[in-house]
Design a protein around this ligand. Sequence first.
Ligand code: PMP
Length: 384
Amino acid sequence: MIYLDYNATAPLRPEALDATVATLRSVGNASSMHHAGRDAAERVDLARRQLASLLNCSAGEIVFTSGATEANNLALRAACAGGGALVTTAVEHPAVLEVARAITDATPNALVVLPVDADGNVDLAKLDDALEDAGERGTALVSAMLANNETGVITDLSPVIKAAHAAGALVHTDATQYVGRLPIDLDELDVDLLSLSSHKFGGPQGVGALFVRRSTSLPFHPQMIGGGQERGWRAGTLNVAGIAGLGAAAEAACLKMHEEAARIAALRDTLEAGLLAHVPGCRINGIKASRMPGVTSVTFSGVPADAVLAAMPDVAASDGSACSSGAPSPSHVLLAMGRSREDADSTVRLSLGYATTPRDIERGIEAVAAAVAQVRSSLAADTE
Ligand code: PMP
């Protein structure tokens, strides 16, 4: 199999596998006072420090969760608990967009969804308008993703943070597709809240974290109650083995991050050049924007993406985002970028990561080119 679906999930890093298995073999509830409990708590503390070092924040600013979905829910619900408008973008993951809609549902005009341009860049002028228009109610939160899961387009958060903070709003970023892939420094990037998920950077699935800046005046608003874990922010016995795996993956991702990002970007560029050269009528979405190194979103005009994927069973890739695969609606991200419904339905996402090799790319180009040609010829035969 040629695995080109890192944005859906990355293969488990060997270091993460070792840490997870070693912890599963041990015993102890991180809340227990005895020796076994302290051992579990130490494994959690180590992972907290490993993640804090990846993010350049302090370990006490991390709340472990079951993933980015939960972290996003926690962040948005806490920040908006006291009322105030919520501003977000049209290209967010459903784990932000649907939460945003749910929590502002009962209050007219409490939600502003910022449009993006044809390359997926957020319209900052509209952010200024939204912050001004919030009036008396004010804006509680601006939530903008750091990197898009479908296109890899990176949001330039600095102006967003500046404008939001000047208006008294908190800033949350869904950094799920960025963390562990490009360097991040939370001393510099002044967001109040940040969500991440371990399995996107080679840790196990079902574990993630919310960064909550210590100086942030965030109202205490846990969703899970019934235990004092994670300083009361997230009740329930900790997933110690998952957390240990996340920590080990964070540490491994830190090593040679710049070199790895450059290597992966070069492979992605080779992939795109190969597809543009060998597949007539293909177009790369967000190509003019600043993008993550390891992803490409390619539209094959007039060729349904699900048929392309079915025609290359040895390639693991995705039509649009994995989370919406199987759903009949077209990608809201591509529609927001002004693509037609037909183009959105003809778009394949190929995503690379730490274990991708030049051979994967070579074989990937051949497989995609052959699959698109095969689908095109069967569509042509059907219309004859
Ligand atoms: N946000 C983004 C940008 C994502 O790509 C994903 C995963 N597809 C999530 C949130 C949700 O992550 P998880 O399913 O691990 O909770």
